[in-house]
Write a protein that binds this ligand. Sequence first.
Ligand code: CTP
Ligand code: K
Ligand code: MG
Length: 180
Amino acid sequence: MIGGLVVTALWAMLPAYVPNNAAVLAGGGRPIDGGRTWGDRRLLGDGKTWRGTAVGTLVGVALAAGLNVVAAPVGTALGFSLPTFPPAAALGLAAGAMVGDIAASFIKRRSGRDRGAAFPGLDQLDFVVGALALAFVAAPGWAQATFTPGVLAVVLVATPVLHVGTNIIAYLIGAKNEPW
Ligand code: CTP
Ligand code: K
Ligand code: MG
């Protein structure tokens, strides 16, 4: 029962987990804010780029398409029925993760934090909140059926743990400048 919830939650959130990591690998080039400032601080900063955002979103959508192909056999093997992702749900999760991360950078700059500074709590949940919000807007029926209260609870507990773990690994292998 709990195992089924955890597997379902992680599966349903994979198209939202991967975009941030893909953006780290693909990032660079023109910043989204074009260098613009608000007051004496950047609107978003050099860490939010068009290329990182586009590649992150595309990788998330592509992953969802791949999961759709293997959902039935993997589900049968595990004994669960795993969700598939309609296009609107895939796009909502992937783009929402990127939008949540961008919104967090906006908040970080307004709160006086420079690019790369940690903001515990926000760093671990920004993309989850963005992904869930956009999924519920883009594919409401699918989101309600998939993110039941139990699945949502697992998502909110497991995501920060996964996020901290992946970022430490990304830092250790040199893909990320900070371990958060
Ligand atoms: N990245 C990107 N575009 C995005 C998100 C991330 O290009 N939309 C890339 C950038 O190279 C960024 C790196 O991924 O520096 C790490 O992402 P993140 O930790 O989110 O950005 P920070 O550089 O820490 O900037 P901020 O303080 O604004 O979060
Ligand atoms: K971030
Ligand atoms: Mg960072």
